[in-house]
Write a protein that binds this ligand. Sequence first.
Ligand SMILES: [Zn+2]
Ligand SMILES: [Zn+2]
Length: 234
Amino acid sequence: MHLLDLLFPKRCLGCGKWGRYICLSCFHSIKLLPYLKCPVCERPAVDGMTHPRCRTKYTLDGLTSFFRYDGVIKKAIKTIKYRYVTDIVTEVIDVIPNSSFSIFQNILNSKFLIMNCILVPIPLHPSRYRSRGFNQAEVIASALSKRLDIPVNTTLLIRTEKTTPQVEMKDRDKRLMNMKGVFTVKNNSSMLRCNNVTILLIDDVFTTGATLRSAASVFKHAGAPFVWGITIAQ
Ligand SMILES: [Zn+2]
Ligand SMILES: [Zn+2]
C-alpha cells in the first residue's frame, strides 16, 4: 500500500466501500453502450463510423465512446472534472475492454493510419485552465496514451474563445452555436498534411457532440486527413 493511500484512503465512488474508486461489484454494474453512434446524426452506425450520407469534408470520420453516462462512471467523470485525482482516471481506463479499443484500431489499421496517430485532448480556455489547474481531457488522454501506446499532443489545438460550459446549457441549439469558432489549430497545417497525421480527439463525455465536431472541423480545414473522436461516456 502506498503512503498516499493511507493519507487519502480510496472509497468506491459507486457504493462507498473502502479500497478502490471502482469496487468489483460496481465494476460489474457498469453498462457498455449498446451500439455506437454516428457523430453527426447520432443514429446507430457500424463501428461508430460517420454515415456516408452524413459525411462532409470537415466532419469527424467516426466516434468511439465506451460507457453509458450513468452510475459509477458518471460519478467518476464528475469527480475528475473538479478534482485532480489521476488514480480515478487510471481505474476508468483500466475497465475499458480491449474489444472496445480494437474497433477503431482495426479501422485505422485497414486504412494504414495507425502509424502517425496522435491523441489530442480537447483544450480548456487558458483562463479556465489556470483557475482549475488541470484539464481533465488531458489527464484522460495521458492514461489512454499509456494503454494504447499512442503519443499525446497538447499544443496543436488551441481554444481561443471562452464558452459557457456545455453542461450548464439546457438548450441544444444554443449549445451548438456556443461552440462555433472556439478552436484553432496552431499553424502546423503543412505538418498535418505532409505527415498524414491521424488525429484522435479526446474528451470526457459526448453530449451534443458540438465540441468534438467543432474541433474536428478545424483539423480538417488545416489538412488532417482523418479525425476520430474518443470519449469515455455518452
Ligand atoms: Zn462500489
Ligand atoms: Zn449519420
